[in-house]
Each structure stands twice: as C-alpha cells, then as structure tokens.
Design a protein around this ligand. Structure first.
Ligand SMILES: [Zn+2]
Length: 353
C-alpha cells in the first residue's frame, strides 16, 4: 500500500509528454507509481481539477534573510516551488563584518523593498564568512530545498570597506581577495556569484549600489574563481551601458571558465529592440562555445507601491518628487493640500529609470 495517493489530478510529468489524468502514489520519500487508478493509500489527497507537477526550481529569489527565520519560505512553497535559489542581483548578507550589517540590510531594503525592520528583527548575524552563513542556514529547518549564491555587494564592502561605497575601482589586491573568498564560498557550497550593474538598484537613500561601476577586470577576476573550482554560475543584472563591451567580457569569461554566465533579460520601454539584440548576442556567443544565457522571468516583476517605498504612481510627477524625500507624516500633511493634489494630477508623468 502506498503511503500517500494523490487522486485524479492532471499530471504534467516534466518529460515533455502531454498531460494526462491519473493517480500518483508515494511510498516513503519516493514517488512509486504514476498514472491509472491506484489502490488505497494510507493517506489520500483529492487533486481533481488540479495540476500535479514535479516541484519547481525558482532560480531567482531574494530569500537570503527570510531563509533564516521562515522554514516554509512562503509564498514560494504555496506555488509548488520545491527548490529556491537566492543571493541574486548582487545582494546578500555574507561575508560581513559587524560594522557593515546595517549597510547590507539597507541595500536589501533599497534594492528589493524588503523592509529593514523585518531584516533587523529576523537576522541573528552569527556569521562573518560565507561558509559560516551556509552553516547558519543549515542549522535551520526548511520545508523546501535552498541554494545560496555569494553576492558581489557584501563581498566588495567586506574587502574594500568604504572604498566600495565610494565607487572606487578595485585594486589588484582587492580583486585577488574577492576571488579567494569566492573560491572559498564555492567550495563550501555556493551555487555561484552574482552582481548588479543597474540604475534600478539603489540604496534607501537613492545612491547607486557599490558594484554599479565595477570594472570588467574586477568582474572577470572574481569570475575566474568559478573556473578554478569548476562549479557555480556567474549572474548579473545590468543596464548594458556599453552593450558590446559587456557582452565581450561575459563571453570571454564563459569561454575561459567553462561555466555558465547569465544576465537578466529585461525589457525597456525606450529601447524595445534591446531584448532582441541581447538574445541575438546570446545565440552568437553560444555558437562560439560560450555558455551564455539570458534569464527570463516567467511573469513581470512585482513592485510594492506606497508612500515611503521607492516607487508609487506619483514618483513620475515633478511636484511629488519635490516632497518625496520628506518624512512620511510631512508628505501626508502636504498631500492634503487640494492645490498640490491638483497640480500633481495635472502634470505629465515622465519616464523614470
Ligand atoms: Zn533579483
């Protein structure tokens, strides 16, 4: 007898076969039978009208903080995700020295709109190195599988201190140190390295993130760690300021390390052909033997809008921009003025970054 029988769901088994209706039997921690009408199980679940699929692997999340306090990793677990990867977009929490913890929480709040108060309540900071961070994750229960990547922002701040925040170029000894720590992280189980080179990632005070202007020598220098360990992928969120140069070093890195190099493929209203050019470049690089990939979201990115968050429907109107830096109670007070409200609504929204 099966331990669990899932009855009558529409099965998409992930092999490319077309969907079919049937039962799924589970014994212990293994799927033991798929399809047809199975005998009774110790526990039965009715999946009529529902899809039964293999677990989803979500390769782009920002659970770096939440994985420390939420064993369920909700809402991903509700949507059938059974493996989630974090440490994306260059933001993360290791390696870190005590004096930079606040700055890393600010970065996560600024880039991903995860409220700083949630992070400061939830993070216990019993780690400094990336391997220590993985050990801290390992000590906690998780309902789904997790995979962590080492992120450029904490790494740069750890190695370069204030110079990282002042956008100074990394010196050869900085690059060597970041590379060494990335090798260490990969050997401890990191799934890769990520960075951010986009204006849409800013700190809570509106500054660019520390990796925004890092030179290609720094990125390639760190990236060679993947080749040395023969593990992990190199990931990036970039504005492609210089498309040709960006694609050239990524292709070179993928070729020289033999490791996957990926970037987020996003659309731009003011450059609607961009995604086609970038995909064309991916195909060209792959034809040369470079494992270059564009990571494409299954749906548009969700944005939290509000007074006090990075964006709301009025942040694209000049008169609101004049007051958006004020404390929230002061903004609310001013927004009660009918003349200002009329002015804001009459203004033509402009295309923001
Ligand atoms: Zn991201």
């Amino acid at each position: 007898m099966h331990d669990i029988v899932i009855r009558g769901g529409t099965i998409v088994d992930g092999t490319g076969k077309s969907r079919f209706t049937g039962d799924v039997g589970i014994s212990g921690d293994q799927i033991s039978e798929v399809g047809g009408k199975l005998g009774p199980g110790r526990r039965e679940m009715d999946a009529g009208g529902l899809l039964v699929t293999p677990g989803w692997v979500d390769v782009h999340t920002h659970y770096d903080g939440q994985a420390m306090w939420d064993p369920m990793l909700s809402p991903s677990c509700w949507h059938g995700v059974t493996t989630t990867m974090f440490g994306n977009c260059g933001v993360g929490f290791a390696p870190v020295r005590a004096e930079h913890r606040g700055a890393l929480m600010d970065l996560m709040e600024g880039v991903e709109e995860i409220p700083g108060v949630v992070l400061s309540d939830g993070l216990t900071w019993e780690w400094e190195s990336f391997p220590d961070f993985l050990d801290a994750l390992e000590r906690r229960p998780h309902a789904i599988d997790i995979a962590a990547q080492i992120a450029h922002l904490p790494l740069r701040v750890y190695v370069m201190g204030d110079r990282a925040v002042r956008f100074e170029q990394a010196r050869p000894d900085d690059i060597a140190q970041m590379r060494r720590l990335t090798v260490e992280a990969l050997r401890a189980g990191a799934f890769g390295f990520t960075t951010s080179r986009t204006d849409s990632h800013k700190t809570t005070t509106g500054d660019m993130v520390p990796s925004r202007y890092a030179g290609s020598e720094e990125l390639v220098g760190i990236g060679t760690a993947l080749g040395e360990v023969a593990a992990g992928a190199f990931g990036m969120n970039s504005d492609f300021d210089d498309e040709e140069a960006e694609l050239a070093w990524m292709t070179k890195l993928a070729k020289s390390t033999g490791r996957p190099v990926w970037f987020l493929l996003t659309d731009r209203y003011d450059d609607p052909e961009r995604w086609r050019r970038l995909l064309g470049a991916v195909h060209a690089a792959r034809a040369q033997g470079a494992n270059l990939t564009a990571q494409i979201a299954g749906r548009p990115i969700g944005v939290m809008l509000g007074i006090g968050t990075a964006l709301n429907p009025f942040t694209v109107r000049p008169s609101y921009r004049e007051i958006m830096g004020l404390p929230i109670p002061e903004q609310l007070k001013r927004l009660r003025d009918p003349a200002l409200r009329r002015k804001i609504l009459d203004e033509k929204p402009f295309c923001s970054d």
